[in-house]
Design a protein around this ligand. Structure first.
Ligand SMILES: Cc1cc2nc3c(=O)[nH]c(=O)nc-3n(C[C@H](O)[C@H](O)[C@H](O)COP(=O)(O)OP(=O)(O)OC[C@H]3O[C@@H](n4cnc5c(N)ncnc54)[C@H](O)[C@@H]3O)c2cc1C
Length: 492
């Protein structure tokens, strides 16, 4: 079944999610104005799946049931599936101009599909069949899933088992015949507050004595003991004010992140997909992170398309659009954007099968995508600030425009090219301000792992010794064909 946007909203309304916004518990997340923009963004993922022109990228056929399902609940079965995912992300980024939140759950779903297969092969367990039963439900109900990997982590130089507070990483505190009880928290949870379920995964490699931390499971968002505490975003209170200062009027800034607390939550066995198999945690993190890092070339590509559009419009409003230097700066923005998109498509097209039959992106390219995102998104934002001008930081607000004593001054002295309404300049400027805010930039920096995490992965995959051998072969010329008249052949 493909949920409609309305069904998504109504299904959230039916959940009794314990959520806190601005320090206060909210009665209904669906009706809260701080959460509504994020719900609207996710609703677009449901809406586009019903449009015939987007069916090919937004939906696919389940390999489990043969039914048409949302691509956000699909297991990547081919390199083409991986490419289509990136195309879907760019489309959604272009449509919403922000984060649409369902990617973490999708990659978590795929990581759990793959790791449950691996664990069963190595340990003779039956996690994979259990997981497939869960996946059938996710596909049948077209669920919105959040992915929760990042633990609070406490003292960064200490392992989970060495922390003064053992709850700094989510752990099993009780094992029962019918399931487990988990305690801890996950931070930065994208879309968690407006999801149906949260997929919990360990966030680091673990040692055998850390078995209680090796827990992967699916927890309904309204399970007993689960609570969400909403984060603040740059300019979030403007959403409540409305008017021209809002930036992106319908959709959120990044993914409406929350911290999710598991205060002794019971998880029944049929929702547990790893419980103590520490030797598989590193691989699970790696599966998830590698898929997730490639995504950024798609979603941030779509977001940057909108930002580049807003910036180009601003040059028209300012009357600078024909200037060669200005045009070259737009080209620079486009170049950086297309570079990361091309790498994401490349990583996907070069995907290879895993033992479970699903497809993994090419890891070096996937990590390179995300490493470039930590720079290019800032650089694109920098050029947007450059071209849009200082008014981004100084323009008066909606209240000034509404005050008849000063409104005409504001409008008169902010009018640039008179062909364009001054309010258009202000609205575009506010969108640029929002989409280049700290919240947005930090997402590009840290989402899918900090830049350091990618560099560690890249060094591991770079096969530097093989590169040294390549250099030696070229420089020494040892494999030259005898008798060919090669210039520059070195003697001795
Ligand atoms: C907007 C946003 C959305 C997110 N969504 C999700 C989500 O949905 N689900 C989820 O699970 N996670 C999510 N994350 C979390 C994200 O994966 C983490 O922020 C990221 O992994 C970095 O972890 P941290 O923030 O705890 O950084 P910290 O651990 O606090 O590290 C901060 C910095 O310290 C340095 N550092 C730390 N350890 C080392 C080391 N070993 N070697 C060298 N330097 C080091 C690095 O410079 C690092 O960037 C999200 C993050 C953001 C910002």
């Amino acid at each position: 079944m493909l949920k409609s946007p309305e069904q998504y909203v109504e299904s959230l309304r039916a959940l009794k999610i314990r959520a806190y916004v601005g320090g206060e518990q909210v009665d209904s997340i669906v009706d809260h104005p701080a959460i509504a923009p994020h719900i609207n963004t996710v609703a677009k993922t449901y809406e586009l799946a019903h449009m015939p022109e987007h069916q090919d990228v937004m939906t696919t056929i389940s390999h489990l049931t043969g039914e048409r399902v949302h691509r956000y609940t699909h297991i990547f079965r081919s390199a083409d599936d991986l490419v289509k995912k990136i195309q879907m992300l760019r489309l959604l980024g272009q449509t919403t101009g922000t984060c649409f939140q369902r990617c973490v759950g999708l990659d978590a779903l795929n990581a759990l599909y793959a790791i449950t297969y691996d664990i069963d092969q190595g340990e003779g367990t039956d996690y994979h069949e259990r997981f497939k039963r869960y996946l059938r439900k996710v596909q049948a109900q077209d669920l919105m899933l959040a992915g929760a990997m990042t633990d609070p982590k406490g003292h960064r130089a200490k392992r989970p088992s060495e922390q003064e507070d053992p709850d700094q990483f989510v752990r099993v505190v009780k094992r029962l015949s019918e399931g487990v009880v988990i305690r801890g928290a996950k931070l930065h949870n994208t879309g968690g507050i407006n999801s149906h379920e949260v997929l919990v995964m360990p966030g680091t490699g673990l040692r055998p004595e850390e078995a209680d931390y090796a827990i992967a499971c699916a927890v309904p968002a309204d399970a007993e003991g689960v609570l969400f505490i909403f984060g603040r975003q740059s300019n979030d209170s403007r959403k409540l004010e409305g008017g021209c200062d809002i930036g992106n009027p319908r959709f959120g800034v990044v993914g409406g992140e929350a911290m999710v607390v598991f205060d002794d939550v019971f998880v029944p066995n049929d929702r547990v997909f790893m419980a103590g198999e520490t030797q598989y945690c590193g691989t699970l993190v790696n599966y998830f992170a590698t898929w997730h890092r490639a995504n950024y070339g798609g979603c941030k590509g779509g977001n940057a398309d909108v930002l580049i559009g807003a910036t180009a419009k601003m040059t028209k409003i300012l009357g600078t659009e024909r200037n060669a230097v200005v045009r070259d700066k737009l080209v620079e923005m486009i170049h950086m954007n297309e570079t990361t998109y091309a790498s994401a498509i490349g990583a996907s097209a070069m995907g290879t099968p895993l033992p479970c039959g699903s497809y993994m992106v090419e890891p070096m390219m996937a990590n390179t995508v995300k490493q470039n995102i930590t720079r290019n998104v800032y650089q694109i934002g920098r050029l947007s600030h450059d071209l849009a001008g200082g008014f981004l930081a100084t323009m008066p607000d909606q209240r000034a425009i509404e005050n008849p004593e000063i409104s005409e001054y504001v409008k008169k002295y902010h009018t640039a090219n008179p062909e364009y309404d001054v309010m258009e300049r202000i609205r575009m400027g506010r969108y640029i301000e929002n989409m280049t805010s700290v919240t947005t930039m930090v997402e590009a920096m840290h989402g899918a792992g900090s830049p350091q995490a990618q560099r560690i992965a890249m060094l591991g995959q770079a096969a530097i010794d093989e590169k040294i051998e390549m250099a030696e072969r070229v420089v020494n010329g040892d494999d030259d064909v005898e008798g060919l008249p090669l210039p520059g052949k070195r003697e001795g």
